[in-house]
Design a protein around this ligand. Structure first.
Ligand code: ADP
Length: 397
């Protein structure tokens, strides 16, 4: 089967084509359109050994962008007069609400996703317009929604709730939904393969550390807790987000600084984290450079980021009553030996001994502990698109 995977953001669309034949999974095409609706949207892509540099295109909206993406895919992948057509399209959807597994998209599901837009106002609208565009452009091709929230459906009730009055929780569906589920699921499955053990027997803490960051306690292949909650603001400190903060601080600031809802929202989600604390950047690479130069506030931000990961790993382990492996993934998790070292140095009480040489190496799945380490620490690159392609095949079976 040939699966087109789409990840539609507010002004960008990532599009990948996977050939899925049993255990054989081939990424045939990987592309990105940025600047949709802006002055000069650009497309770039890779296929086989060919890598195309950014080229300006016309794309006033998602529908036009997806149309252009398909033109390029067809140009590259059509063979012997046979126009390339995907068998199905898999879509990343951030908030699936009460859709607890990947599903074929129909009008009813779209309506439910629309209803959950209020809980993911930045992410769900472009995800949904990507799906609608595909339904219009390729009416014969089935669409499958793969939800970031779905993996966390298995969290027990006590982990899913806040200590708020019951009626309010039910009225507004104030649950801890959790996010990055597709990544946590992919990485935990790859961990089991890497260790050569059944996933059902493993307790894994997956650490997805990118611009957004979350941990997940994966016990026997199921999410039983995660650090993000009702929105992707809860939990770890992030590029521009505070992560956990006393709600009292929010109330205090709203009063003392006379901040409205939009302003406090911007402060917590866009102006805090690495960016707000350092005053320099939201980008972990720049923060690390500044730490090396002795920048005081960047150093404090970097220390807080690593400290909170370590502290939260402790709570994920408590949730599972033990741990077999801690796994780092995403931009920072895969690429920052410094963060991994800082986090793991604080976990020596678990019997973790890092292999510093392995930790410093780049690329690929690997074990970064010594053979006698009681808990394995791994680096496993995430691949949400591949997971979406797998789910799409599964749903259509
Ligand atoms: P997202 O998908 O959430 O936008 P990514 O998973 O792409 O995020 O991760 C982006 C983050 O990864 C950025 O903060 C970036 O600085 C960081 N990153 C990428 N490469 C490195 C590196 N070599 N060292 C440290 N951080 C890195």
């Amino acid at each position: 089967m040939k699966i087109l995977v789409l990840n539609a953001g507010s002004s960008s669309v990532k599009f990948d084509v996977y050939g899925m034949e049993g255990q054989n999974e081939t990424c045939m095409f990987k592309g990105l359109i940025e600047g949709i609706g802006e002055e000069a949207p650009k497309i770039r892509y890779k296929t086989g050994d060919k890598k195309m540099p950014p080229t300006v295109i016309a794309a006033a909206n998602h529908k036009e962008a997806i149309g252009v993406a398909m033109e390029h895919i067809r140009k590259e992948l059509s063979k012997d007069g046979d126009t390339f057509t995907p068998d199905a399209i898999g879509h990343r959807v951030v908030h699936g609400g009460t859709s607890y597994k990947s599903e074929k998209v129909d009008d009813h599901l779209l309506k439910i996703l629309d209803d959950y837009t209020v809980l993911a106002p930045l992410h769900n609208p472009p995800n949904i317009s990507g799906i609608r565009a595909c339904m219009e452009l390729f009416p014969e091709t089935p669409n499958v929604g793969v939800f970031d929230t779905a993996f966390h459906a298995t969290m027990p009730d006590h982990a899913k709730r806040y200590a708020l009055p019951h009626e309010l929780t039910e009225k507004h569906k104030l649950f801890r939904y959790g996010f990055h589920g597709t990544s946590h699921r992919f990485v935990s499955q790859e961990t089991a393969k890497f260790l050569g053990k059944p996933l059902e027997d493993l307790k894994i803490v997956t650490c997805h550390l990118g611009n957004g960051a979350s941990l997940c306690a994966v016990k026997g292949g199921k999410s039983i807790d995660t650090t993000m909650g009702f929105t992707p603001l809860e939990g770890l400190m992030m590029g521009t987000r505070t992560g956990d903060i006393d709600a009292g601080v929010v109330l205090f600031l709203m009063e003392k600084e006379n901040l409205g809802i939009a302003e406090i929202n911007k402060l917590l989600n866009k102006k805090s984290g690495f960016l707000g604390m350092s005053g320099v950047s939201n980008d972990a690479r720049i923060i690390e450079d500044k730490v090396e130069e002795g920048h005081k506030n960047a150093t404090l931000a970097f220390d807080l980021f690593n400290y909170r990961i370590k502290r939260s790993i402790g709570s994920m382990i408590a949730a599972m009553d033990g741990v077999d492996a801690i796994v780092f993934t995403a931009g920072i998790g895969e690429n920052s030996p410094w963060t991994r070292k800082d986090v793991c140095e604080g976990l020596s009480y678990l019997g973790i001994t890092l292999n510093l040489e392995e930790n410093d190496k780049r690329g690929g799945s690997r074990d970064i502990t010594t053979p006698d380490s009681k808990v394995k620490v791994l680096v496993i690159p995430t691949d949400e698109e591949r997971m979406i392609a797998r789910d799409t095949v599964e749903v259509l079976k």
